[in-house]
Design a protein around this ligand. Structure first.
Ligand code: SF4
Length: 520
């Protein structure tokens, strides 16, 4: 992507200047020669380019290992792809696969010298790491259940693929100010978390002439990170066949007018906040003047994409099963056992949701009891625990260069302990991140736990945790609010229990945790 005149209005940060010298996507041209060198000879200034190949240099940063993420549009893979995902985990990633909060998978311990072969294998099964990280369009997320969902307005799978293909490997949009996240869903319960994405398409209907047409309303400018914003609604309705065009126009505006001076203020949300939804929409209409005004929003509530347990599909006589993967981390052996269930009972398909879980669709009704009795489901319960199985965790200090604290190893015993202490009627979302960057969507959790640096009374640095309560994406969304005080790891279970006990003892009727904390 060459220099664009509108960028002249601002001083470019160091990453921007580097991206003008070499496009991020060119990392794939460099790699065959680069991997012949010892990793110690790779200049640190090159590390940002690895991102475009879905790679982050793993700490300690001089050892030549990477976190690698595979992009999976809509979180849907076939059995051959699933087998290969397991194979990479076994052969390169110490037998471990992590599921992400964008329906993708990632690994640790990917060796520098093997990158070219690893990428060839991934491409061979029709998957890619291109643009899984970097200043580019990231994995497009969808309603996990698209095509099988009794609660969807229509099937969105083709629309997701259209958008993915429009941007994938596209040098016109490979130099954005920062990452760009798109959500597409026609689920009536906001299954793809529209308001925390840069660009979201939400289910709507519109009377056009004598017909009621199904399509999407459009929201822009959401995102989490250190400074979270909820996406704002534009007065636009779009039919599925034009979604990729609208996505391209929004991305083009972001590319041309987005902020490139400071990376901490470069996401689309800052431009939308400064311009306001109206000015942003005017700009979209400069490129697409014939867009309809917004339709009737068909969203009825928010289910956070929750699909755990055994459920009927919209297709008569078929079920899907949502398998909770605690903390999103699964061994390659367990992953293979679940793939075998899909191979034997399903239809060449596995899905990932954005809550770090797996879905196996297309189980015939007359086989569902047999499937439920399989030994693998003694380990991965199909009767989810209402706290432990509904929270997310980010990578944390085990591998993340930015983390203040560990996450996954702390989270699992914590939420299991909470499930031992409490028994609620509906799920409660406790989510933990290792810093304020919000990668696991802490700000929209019922209870968010954020790792921070704390100090003991004698001024020693220790890990600490901040708690926030009352997040939700109901009715356009509300971020949770941080409580005073910092808690040690040992205090976490009791501190969170105090909040849960307050809710248990005082909420009215079917009031949710979010509703209770909004009222009190
Ligand atoms: Fe790392 Fe912080 Fe993101 Fe967790 S939230 S993965 S600690 S940057």
């Amino acid at each position: 992507m060459s220099y664009i005149a509108t960028w002249a209005d601002q001083k470019l940060n160091a990453n921007e200047i580097s991206k003008l010298k070499e496009d991020g996507l060119d990392v794939f041209k460099d790699l065959p020669e680069l991997v012949k060198k010892p990793f110690s000879e790779v200049d640190k200034s090159y590390f940002m380019y690895f991102k475009y190949a879905g790679l982050t240099v793993q700490k300690p940063q001089d050892e030549g290992y990477f976190m690698m993420r595979i992009k999976i549009p809509g979180g849907r893979i076939n059995i051959k792809q699933a087998d290969h995902i397991a194979w990479i985990g076994e052969h390169y990633a110490h037998g471990v696969i992590d599921l992400t909060t964008r329906q993708a998978v990632q690994y640790h311990w990917i060796p520098f010298a093997e990158l070219v072969d690893i990428f060839a294998g991934i491409e061979n099964v029709g998957l890619t790491t291109v643009g899984a990280e970097g200043d580019i369009t990231r994995n497009v997320i969808d309603n996990t259940l698209s095509g099988i969902d009794p609660d969807e307005l229509f099937d969105t799978r083709q629309t997701v693929l259209d958008v993915y293909r429009r941007f994938q490997g596209n040098y016109d949009y490979s130099n954005l100010p920062r990452k760009f996240k798109i959500s597409i869903s026609s689920n009536l319960y906001n299954a793809a978390d529209a308001e925390i994405n840069d660009l979201a398409f939400v289910p709507a209907t519109k009377r056009i002439g004598r017909h009621t047409v199904k399509g999407f309303n459009v929201k822009v400018g959401g995102g989490l990170g250190m400074k979270p914003y909820l996406a704002q609604q534009l007065n636009i309705f779009v039919t599925p066949d034009r979604v990729a065009d609208v996505a391209e126009v929004v991305c083009r505006i972001y590319r041309d007018y987005g902020y490139r001076r400071s990376r901490s203020k470069a996401r689309l949300k800052f431009l939308v906040k400064d311009w306001g939804a109206e000015k942003f929409e005017d700009k979209v209409r400069e490129y697409m003047p014939d867009l309809q005004t917004k339709g009737r929003d068909r969203t009825k509530g928010w289910n956070n994409g929750n699909a755990l347990g055994v459920h009927r599909q919209k297709q008569k006589d078929f079920y899907y099963i949502g398998v909770s993967v605690p903390s999103g981390r699964i061994s390659a052996d367990d992953f293979k056992a679940l793939v075998d269930v899909a191979r034997e009972y399903g239809k060449d398909e596995i899905r990932f949701d954005h809550c770090q879980n797996m879905i196996i669709p297309w189980i015939p009704a007359d086989k569902i009891k047999e499937v439920e009795a399989l030994p693998i489901f003694e380990k991965f319960s199909l009767h989810p625990h209402l706290i432990a199985d509904y929270g997310n965790t980010c990578t944390g200090a085990e591998y993340c260069n930015l983390a203040n604290t560990l996450t996954k190893s702390i989270f699992k015993p914590l939420v299991e302990e909470l499930d031992n202490r409490f028994s609620f009627d509906s799920p409660l979302n406790v989510t933990m991140t290792g810093c304020g960057n919000n990668c696991a969507h802490r700000s929209i959790a019922d209870i968010g736990v954020e790792g921070v640096h704390a100090r003991t009374p004698d001024r020693q640095h220790v890990p600490g945790f901040k708690l926030s309560v009352g997040g939700s994406l109901v009715n356009g969304g509300h971020f949770n609010e941080q409580l005073k005080g910092t808690f040690s790891q040992a205090q976490l279970a009791d501190s969170i229990s105090a909040l849960l006990a307050d809710y248990r003892d005082n909420h009215e009727g079917s009031e949710t945790f979010y509703e209770y904390y909004s009222r009190t």
